[in-house]
Design a protein around this ligand. Structure first.
Ligand code: SAH
Length: 391
C-alpha cells in the first residue's frame, strides 16, 4: 500500500472534512506512485487520515474516499451508491435525481444522474475512471436499469490525463428518452444534450414560478430545452417566448412544448440573449415576468470580475424589461459567485436600473445535489425571484 504523509501546516483543513489534498500539501510518499492507485494518507504525526486515490498528474493529487480504515473495492462502491440512493429516497427524490453528486456523496469526481430507468455517468478524475466498471456493475445490481451511458466528453478530464469520450456502458438503447417532472413531460437527449442531458438541479425551482406567471406575458432567456417556460405555460401564463442561442436546444424546446400540448402558448427562438435583451430593453418592450438562467460565466478566479459584470448586465437589462410590479426570475450556476456576491450584484443592477426589489424566493439547487457545509463547491446554484418596482 502506498502511504502519503501530509505536511504539518495543512492538517487542520483536511481534518475538518475536505477530501482534496493538493500536491503542495504532501510532505512525502512512501512506495511507488501508480496513477489512480488507492493510497493511505497520514498526518504529519503518523495518525491515519483516510484513504483515497492518487494522481501525480493532477493538481489535486489525492482525493479521499473514506476516513475509516477500510478496504476500497467493488463492495465499497456498491455500498456507497446504495447509501446515496437510500438518502435520495428518504428525502423524496426517486424518479429523476442526481444519484451521486461527487464530493457531496463522498465519491469525488463522480456524477450519476438517474432519469427514471436510465443512468448517465461522468467519471471526471483518473482515480474514479479506474472504478467505472465497478460503478456500472453496482448500478446494474441495485437498479437493473434499461440503460447506462457515459458522458465523459468534458474538457476537465484532460487535466487528469484522461481522454474525452461518450458511449454506452450497458447494452445500446434509444438515447432519446422522456422524463416526467412536476406533471409535465420532457425529452432528454442523453447522447447529445448539454452535460448529462438535462438540468435536474432546477427541478424544484421550476415549481417556484407557479403563482407569479398566471395570466402573464413571460420572456425566458437561456432556456435550453424550455423547462421553465413550459412550466410557465402549464401554470397559466398568457404567452411565453423563450430564447436560446443553440438551434438544437430551441428545436428540442419546441418539441417539448408540443409534447405537453402547450405550443399555442409557448414558442422558442434561436437568438443571442445578450443582444436581444439589450435591444428590446432599449425599445421599451415590457413583460410581466422575465426569467434568466445563463450558463456558468467562469470557472476561474482570474475571470471572476468579468463574470460579475456579465451578471450585472443581463440582470439590469432583464429588470428593464419587467413591467412595474412584475417579476424577475434569475439564476446563477457559477460556483465562484457565492450567494452573497450574487445578491450584491443583483442589488447593483437594480440601483443602475432605478428599480426597487422585493424578494420572494432565494433558493439553491434541489436537495438531491446536497450542499455539504465546509465544501464550498457544493453550494453552487443561486435562484432568485424578485418583484421589480419603479422607485
Ligand atoms: N434553464 C435551462 C438551463 C439553461 S442552460 C433548464 O432549466 O434546463 C444555459 C443555456 O444558455 C444553454 O442552453 C445555452 O445554449 C444557452 N446560452 C448560452 N449563451 C447564450 C446566449 N448568448 N444567448 C442565449 N442563450 C445562450
Amino acid at each position: 500500500m502506498i502511504k502519503v504523509f501530509l505536511k504539518r501546516k495543512i492538517a487542520n483543513r483536511i481534518a475538518n472534512g475536505h477530501p482534496w489534498i493538493f500536491a503542495n500539501e504532501i510532505d512525502r510518499v512512501e512506495g511507488d506512485i501508480v496513477q489512480g492507485a488507492i493510497v493511505e494518507v497520514y498526518y504529519a504525526d503518523n495518525k491515519y487520515c483516510g484513504s483515497g486515490y492518487i494522481n501525480p498528474k493532477s493538481q489535486i493529487m489525492v482525493r479521499l474516499l473514506t476516513r475509516k480504515k477500510e478496504q476500497i473495492d467493488e463492495a465499497f462502491f456498491y455500498n456507497k451508491i446504495l447509501q446515496s440512493w437510500n438518502y435520495r429516497k428518504q428525502i423524496g427524490y426517486t424518479e429523476n435525481c442526481r444519484l451521486i453528486f461527487g464530493e457531496a456523496d463522498e465519491l469525488p469526481a463522480l456524477i450519476i444522474d438517474k432519469f427514471n430507468d436510465y443512468f448517465v455517468i461522468q467519471t471526471l478524475s483518473y482515480g474514479m475512471e479506474v472504478w467505472k466498471p465497478a460503478i456500472t456493475k453496482a448500478l446494474q445490481q441495485i437498479f437493473n436499469p434499461k440503460g447506462i451511458y457515459e458522458r465523459n466528453d468534458v474538457p476537465v478530464r484532460e487535466l487528469e490525463g484522461l481522454t474525452q469520450q461518450k458511449g454506452f456502458l450497458s447494452e445500446p438503447f434509444n438515447t432519446n428518452i422522456i422524463i416526467n417532472e412536476n406533471g409535465l413531460k420532457f425529452n432528454v437527449d442523453i447522447e447529445n444534450g448539454q452535460k448529462t442531458g438535462y438540468f435536474l438541479d432546477q427541478q424544484d425551482n421550476r415549481r417556484a414560478i407557479q403563482h407569479i406567471v398566471k395570466n402573464a406575458d413571460v420572456l425566458g432567456a437561456f432556456t435550453y430545452t424550455g423547462t421553465f417556460e413550459i412550466h410557465a405555460a402549464h401554470y397559466g401564463a398568457k404567452s411565453v417566448l423563450g430564447i436560446d442561442i443553440s438551434e438544437n436546444a430551441v428545436a428540442q424546446a419546441n418539441k417539448n412544448a408540443a409534447l405537453n400540448k402547450l405550443e399555442h402558448i409557448v414558442h422558442f427562438k434561436a437568438m443571442n440573449a445578450f443582444d436581444v435583451l439589450k435591444v428590446w430593453a432599449k425599445e421599451g418592450k415590457q413583460y410581466d415576468v422575465v426569467m434568466l438562467d445563463p450558463p456558468a460565466f467562469t470557472k476561474s478566479r482570474a475571470t471572476l470580475q468579468k463574470a460579475i459584470t456579465g451578471y450585472k448586465e443581463i440582470n439590469l437589462r432583464g429588470m428593464k424589461l419587467v413591467k412595474n410590479g412584475g417579476f424577475l426570475v434569475t439564476s446563477s450556476c457559477t460556483n465562484l459567485v457565492q450567494p452573497e456576491l450574487f445578491l450584491h450584484t443583483i442589488q447593483l443592477a437594480a440601483k443602475d436600473a432605478g428599480k426597487k426589489l422585493k424578494q420572494l424566493v432565494f433558493n439553491a439547487q434541489a436537495s438531491d445535489h446536497p450542499i455539504v457545509w465546509g465544501l464550498e463547491n457544493t453550494n453552487y446554484l443561486k435562484f432568485l425571484i424578485v418583484q421589480v418596482c419603479d422607485i
